[in-house]
Design a protein around this ligand. Sequence first.
Ligand SMILES: NC(=O)c1ccc[n+]([C@@H]2O[C@H](COP(=O)([O-])OP(=O)(O)OC[C@H]3O[C@@H](n4cnc5c(N)ncnc54)[C@H](O)[C@@H]3O)[C@@H](O)[C@H]2O)c1
Length: 421
Amino acid sequence: MSSADGFTFAILGAGGRGDYFSQLIERNPRAGQVVAVADPDLARRKTIADRHSIPESMQFEKWEDLLARPRLADCVINTLMDRLHAPSAVKALGLGYHMLLEKPMATSLEECIAIERAAREAKTVVSVCHSMRYHVTYAEVKRLILAGAIGDVMSFDQLEPVDPIHQSHSFVRGNWANESRSTFMLMAKSCHDIDIVSYLLGKRCLRVSSFGSLTYFTEKYKPPGATLRCTDGCPAEPTCMYSALKIYYPDDSGWSSHAKLSKDRAVRLEQLKTTPWGKCVYQTDNDVVDHQVVAMEYEGGVTGTFTMTAFATEGRYVRVHGTQGWLRASIDKNEIEVVRFGDYAKQLIKIPPQSGGHGGADENVLDNLLHAMRMKDPNAVLTSPTESLATHRVVFAAERARREGRVVDVNPNDETRMANQ
Ligand SMILES: NC(=O)c1ccc[n+]([C@@H]2O[C@H](COP(=O)([O-])OP(=O)(O)OC[C@H]3O[C@@H](n4cnc5c(N)ncnc54)[C@H](O)[C@@H]3O)[C@@H](O)[C@H]2O)c1
């Protein structure tokens, strides 16, 4: 089944992520080729089919139709929306596919457990797309910690500044605005963060507490007289930074292409009158939090916090405090500052930036998957379902802690241990 030059791939879900991985496979001569695609959206399906010359017979409307056939490729790229991950992943693994599974693994703990079990039974290579583990700056932080650069880690703080416009796009108007259509915010956006700090520590999280709410993107902050849509002659539109006309209408709008709106201005204007992208951010059906904090206790008394907030910019930061010093990493700036106690000399480490999605991390995810497939070694990925299940457990526990207003133990019978390498 492998193509002469590499592997064969089937893409489930030809949206933003499916399209991106299809392009990465096309650009990577050693990857192989995409031979099948499934998506109910004809235009998206055709974009991928045309790029890879996929015949009609290998183009499917639904993932269910593709996976109803005997195995068609070596590997499934599972870039379906969150709630479709579990049924499609379990089915694909039963057919013996390798898989790149977008995060989150699934939207319930039971489903995550089912995927992890199916992957172990299939013995194929499965990588959950926790791209942060593959980011060069986080990789260097991990290396520094393991090398003892700051002694034994005692505590950490991780910040995820989502950015207000990004928040409005994805978590107020978009795919992840409403939990019933996707999942809660900590899972949708920040399973990356909980996963990466757990990976950096190489320890198991024991218990968590959490606070957070949806406060700003609500009726309470609606400007006086604001209309339901920015295109309805809203009196606040000229001064509102969330105006859909400002975010999606300019011809060079990156957000417009993320939303897959038409390039034709007249059509795009009509789309803003009818799709969620034109809705007032203070008057839609969003229900996920716009800021949240998680406090965590790990093995060995290590403590840490994670903050997700819509109201900050400049990318992720992590600060790690050890017995011999501390470090602060700015992930998007590819910089790490290390301070050793004693002489208090500061060392600024500049990591050569990588090009590509998520600072090159997406490219590294794919390379690592290909390497593991070549080696036929499920343990050669950094982000196996077993690793991912362990950190998803922390996310579920933290969300429970927030909702129930109490400290929640992370399942002590966790069958997994975080690898320390
Ligand atoms: N790793 C990351 O950093 C990262 C970044 C963004 C998104 N994601 C994750 O990637 C996944 C996809 O996100 P996206 O932004 O590409 O979403 P998207 O909505 O752009 O793509 C999902 C696609 O699935 C298609 N689809 C719906 N039902 C289908 C079915 N029955 N069969 C086949 N296709 C079907 C939709 O038409 C759509 O094209 C999500 O789980 C998301 O959380 C991960």
